[in-house]
Structures are given as C-alpha cells and as structure tokens.
Design a protein around this ligand. Structure first.
Ligand code: ADP
Length: 395
C-alpha cells in the first residue's frame, strides 16, 4: 500500500509518499506560506527538487497541489491517486483521550477538537489539514498519530504537577510529553537491534525541539516535556525548565504581559538566547571553535541539562541499559554526545572516540564493548513510524 503522510501546521504542510511494503520514500516535500503567497516543494526520490510558486490561499488548495504533484503524469511518483491506500496525519495533542493512533472518524475529530485548548497553535492546524484531505479524498481512510500518545503509559506520580489537584481535575493540567512518535520508533529500533524487549532505555531526542524519555520494557514511564513542549531541556529557542518566578520578575523589569513573557520563553531563549548567535548547532559549533565563549557556554549548558535528565531517568527506572541519541543534534553533533557522556562515568559508561565521530549510519554504537551501559546513535524517522501505524490500523 502507498501511504501519504501529512504533517500540517498553521502556514506550512510537510508530506511524504511512502510505499509501506518496501518502506521506501517515493516522494516528499512541503507547502510553505499557505494563506500568504504559497510555495510548493516536491521531490521525487532520485530526481531534483522542484519548486513551484503558486497561490494557495487555503490548506485545501495546498493539499490539492500536493495531490496534483504526486500524480503528475510526467514527474509524479504514482500513476493515479487511486494508489494512495491511506493517509497518516501527525496530530500534536491527544490529551488523555488518545493512548494510541486512531482512524479519524467524525466522532474522533470532535474528540481531537476537544484537545485544542491544550495545543492552541498546533491542533487546529492539524485538524484543518485532516478536514481538507477528507474533502479531497473522501474514500481514503485517514489515521491520526499523536505526539502525546506514547506517553500515556506514564504513572500518575510522573505526570502530576505539584499544583492544586483541582487543576488536574478541572482542566487536565498534567504532564503529557511530546515527540512520542520518535521516542516510540527509536526505543523499538533499540529493542529490535539489541534483541531484547525488557530493556531500560533513555531516548534523547535532541532537535530544535528536544526531549528525553525513559522507556522501560517498551513503555514510556517519564518524559521531560510537560503540558506543552516548553518544559525540560534547553532547546533551540525554548528555555526548558526555569524557576517559574522568573516570569513575574521579567514581566516587571521588561514591562511585558503574559503573552510577551511566553514569547520570550518560546522564541528568544534556549541556546539562541544564551549564545546570541543562533539556534542551529552548526552555527554554534563554528562560533565556539572560533572562540565565541557564549556559544561554547550554550553548548555546555545544553549538554549538562541532558546529562542531568539522564541521571534523573536512571533513578526513575532504577537503572539504565541503553542510552539512545537521536534527531538533528543527537544524530550529528559529536561534541554534545561527548559532553553528555563526560558526566556519566559513574554509570560505568566509556565512550569510543572514533565511533562517536561517525556519521550517516542509521544505527551505531558509540560506547566501548566493556561499557556498562550501551550508548547508541539511532536515526529517527517519524514519517515512517506514522506510515507503519497507519497501515496497521487500516488493515
Ligand atoms: P526539528 O525537527 O525539531 O526542527 P531537527 O531534528 O531537524 O529539529 O534538528 C535540528 C537541529 O539539528 C539544528 O540545531 C541543527 O543544527 C542540528 N543539525 C542538523 N543537521 C546537523 C549536522 N549535520 N551537524 C550538526 N547539527 C545538525
């Protein structure tokens, strides 16, 4: 079966067409600036990228352009849209309602809508994309895959905040966690490759957004993001954990309202805020190498926070067998992995320097054979994970 995987944001939409049998990507691309002016990027695997500037006032028009591109008689990756057997949609927040992926019926869409409050920037955009796809492909089954679903196995002691309990009862204020599709995919890859289902694994998803997950025997037992993706690690532009009182302090000093403070915490903080250089680790590494001390500080603070979470999650699981690094930084930035592991000697971890310098493999070990904890680098693939979930449900 061929599966269209869609990740719809408020003004952009990423897509892939995947052959579920061979798990090959047939084509991928994105629509940008939906509702502004509009640009479609389409790349058939093995061919050059094509960019078309075209008005796409609505998401429906954007999706129509994607469908036209993938089924184009000359450059398309499929002969006809009839080949698309299912569409898998990324949905950011499933609240407590969704502990698994689900076929998107009208009733389910209403339940997703009920979670909009929890992710006001993301869920409405996801829903617009789903509705547009349903209109254009009314006979094709659609599946929703939630960023939060994998973490629904967390015990109450891990997801409850130290707040009045009534906020949980009335408003469902609790830890949900995100990147669940990636944490699930990577921990499964580890279990499969290491040939053990009972592993205690700590997955470090280090991308522009970053989170850590403690996975015990395949189940998420704790994770660093919270009610929203702002909690936890220091990220590209997000602060991660801070003393909540800083918000009032900064609001007064900088004369900001709550929205202004939230904007600072989401968009002007993290490694970009610390360094004043960039949120991109390639820029930070280059700046640090040429002697920029704040860029070096940003990398060090980032790695130190990761190491502290690894320590916390080792305690949460009373041990750890495998630490897995994934996503843009986890897969590519050797200096971060080296710095993180430099704090973890007490766990009996020793790193293989030459292995840590490797790149471009989907799965490799960077600890030495006698290390007490195995440390691996695993390429995440959220689109493939969505494709697998989609096929499993529509079959
Ligand atoms: P997201 O999906 O959250 O946007 P990614 O997983 O793509 O994030 O990760 C983005 C981060 O990964 C950026 O900080 C970028 O610098 C870093 N990154 C990506 N590729 C490389 C690379 N080849 N070398 C170093 N860092 C990289």
């Amino acid at each position: 079966m061929k599966v269209l995987v869609v990740n719809c944001g408020s003004s952009s939409l990423k897509y892939q067409v995947i052959d579920s049998e061979s798990e090959e990507v047939l084509a991928k691309g994105l629509c940008e600036r939906i509702g502004i002016d509009g640009r479609l990027v389409y790349q058939k695997t093995g061919a050059d990228k094509e960019t078309t500037e075209a008005a796409m006032p609505t998401h429906k028009q954007a999706i129509q352009m994607v469908l036209d591109a993938i089924a184009n008689p000359n450059t398309g990756c499929i002969a006809s849209l009839k080949e698309i057997g299912a569409v898998g949609h990324r949905v950011v927040h499933g609240g407590e309602k969704f502990a698994d992926s689900v076929v998107l019926t009208e009733e389910v869409l209403k339940a997703v809508e009920d979670c909009n409050d929890l992710a006001p920037l993301h869920n409405p955009a996801n829903l617009i994309g789903i509705r547009a796809c349903k209109e254009l492909m009314p006979d094709v089954p659609m599946v929703g895959v939630f960023d939060t679903a994998f973490h629904q196995t967390m015990p109450e002691r891990a997801y409850i905040y130290g707040l009045p309990y009534e906020y949980y009862e009335k408003y469902k204020v609790r830890r949900y966690g995100f990147h669940g599709t990636s944490h699930s995919f990577v921990s499964k890859q580890v279990a499969k490759t290491e040939g053990r289902q009972d592993l205690k694994t700590i997955v470090c998803h280090l991308g522009n957004g970053a989170s850590i997950c403690a996975v015990n025997a395949g189940k998420s037992v704790d994770t660093s993001m919270g009610l929203t993706p702002l909690e936890g690690l220091i990220m590209g532009t997000r602060s991660g954990d801070i003393d909540p009182s800083i918000m009032e302090f900064i609001a007064k000093k900088e004369n900001l309202d709550i929205a202004g403070v939230m904007n600072v915490l989401n968009k002007r903080s993290g490694v970009e805020g610390i360094s004043g250089v960039s949120s991109d680790f390639r820029d930070l590494e280059a700046a640090a190498e040429s002697g920029n001390e704040r860029a070096l500080l940003a990398i060090e603070a980032f790695s130190y926070r990761v190491a502290k979470y690894v320590g916390a999650y080792t305690a949460a699981m009373n041990g750890v067998d495998v630490i897995a690094f994934t996503a843009g930084i986890g897969e590519n930035t050797a200096i971060v992995r080296r710095q993180v592991l430099s704090y973890l000697g007490y766990l009996g971890i020793t790193m293989d320097e030459a292995a840590n310098a490797k790149r471009g493999e989907d799965y490799f070990t960077i600890s030495t054979p006698d290390s007490k904890v195995k440390v691996v680098v695993v390429a995440t693939n959220e689109e493939l994970a969505i494709c697998r979930e989609t096929v499993a449900l529509v079959r």
